[in-house]
Design a protein around this ligand. Structure first.
Ligand code: SF4
Length: 377
């Protein structure tokens, strides 16, 4: 079970998250009927409902969303809306973040409770607490914990409790800069090693100033001196969708499309980022494609459904996925479970995401600190 599941109260029986729980009437319904039923439901709820579509959702799902975007952007838009019901077509940590930022009169739903995130689960809160105790007992100076948005509510709460913050792939650099310049010369970053490394190197830190913390090894695989001297301690976590890309993929596509531009996500490995023309968040990649010259070819190193959607949304350009690397968890949201969720919004607790108050208040602190720093930049 994911640590995300442990931190929130998902009151429906476990088997409910699997595709098979859906009644035959949903599984056998023709696609066109499902599309029509989803649209009818959205119309009948009007402004009381917002459907959020993360960029990595397949086209059949994202076409029914009121807002499309990355997780923070979507959560902020839902919280600012008048909607009572927020249906998040994304993964568990995203729905948790939407719940933390939502008002008390709003309810957040995830169409499939089994849509988790392996990278978020790599930052197990027990392991992080243990590492924090070891690191702080060794270091002679202040250290700030910062977690990537792609983490459980428990880790966000950990950061909130220890004067730290959350960051996204869009704002990691200004956020790190703010903390280095104003609060501490040392950051403990989790759970994505690659986002941390790519951001730190882009900011001018050197490889020597970074160490990796492997939770399966004593002292994370480091000496006391290394821990004391490091400017950034990177948790050994990764997104399998983005680390799937290799320099071989870039070389092969560049041979076929020599004039193509290559843009990749910072969750990719350093070697891949170094070979790309540009690197940035999902929103950055979307803008990069939109602003590329008409008739250009753009090779996109991120989740394959984002590449497919960008190709559909930009008819005057050719967008190609660097490889067919897709997120099976994002893919657990489909037209059938979206339709089923919309049909059962009034059923108590169905597919509802809740975060316990004890976690919520500290997690909210960490999120608010990020928003404050974002506002200053
Ligand atoms: S793409 Fe990667 S980080 Fe995003 S939800 Fe899937 S596994 Fe998690």
């Amino acid at each position: 079970m994911s640590s995300g599941s442990l931190t929130t109260k998902n009151t429906y029986p476990m088997h409910i998250g699997m595709a098979s729980y859906l009644p035959d009437s949903y599984l056998k319904m023709a696609a066109q009927d499902l599309h029509e039923r989803v649209e009818e439901k959205r119309k009948s709820y009007g402004k009381d409902l917002v459907v959020l579509g993360h960029y990595y959702q397949r086209h059949d799902v994202i076409r029914h969303s009121d807002f499309q975007g990355d997780s923070l952007d979507l959560s902020a838009k839902a919280a600012a809306s008048n909607a009572k019901h927020i249906v998040f077509c994304g993964v568990h940590f995203m729905a948790e973040s939407a719940e933390i930022l939502s008002r008390t009169d709003q309810t957040v739903y995830l169409p499939n409770l089994f849509a988790g995130c392996p990278m978020a689960d790599m930052g197990d809160s027990f392991d992080v607490e243990h590492a924090w105790k070891e690191i702080t007992s060794i270091c002679h100076e202040k250290i700030i914990p910062i977690t990537y948005m792609n983490s459980t509510a428990a880790l966000k709460a950990f950061c909130g409790k220890h004067d730290g913050s959350v960051c996204t792939s869009s704002n990691a650099a200004p956020l790190f800069k703010f903390y280095y310049e104003n609060i501490a010369r040392k950051i403990f970053f989790f759970p994505d090693e690659h986002l941390g490394r790519n951001t730190a190197l882009q900011m001018g830190l050197t490889e020597k100033e970074l160490i990796v913390w492997d939770p399966t090894l004593e002292l994370g695989g480091n000496t006391k001196e290394q821990i004391d001297q490091a400017r950034m301690i990177l948790w050994k976590g990764y997104c399998h969708v983005h680390t799937f890309f290799t320099p071989v993929h870039i070389k092969a596509l560049k041979e076929k499309y020599p004039d193509a531009l290559v843009v990749v996500h910072p969750e990719c490995t350093r070697q891949v980022v170094e070979m790309a023309d540009a690197c940035g968040s999902t929103s950055f990649i979307k803008r990069f494609v939109e602003e590329a010259p008409v008739n250009s070819t753009i090779i996109v190193g991120t989740e394959i459904n984002h590449a497919i959607n960008l190709d559909i949304w930009n008819e005057d350009k050719k967008v190609i996925g660097l490889a067919r690397s897709f997120c099976p968890n994002m893919y657990k949201i489909n037209l059938q479970n979206l339709c089923w969720t919309l049909d059962h919004l009034e059923t108590p607790d169905v597919h509802r995401i809740t975060v316990p108050d004890s976690i919520k208040s500290n997690a909210n602190k960490a999120l608010q600190r990020m928003l404050e720093v974002k506002g200053k930049n």
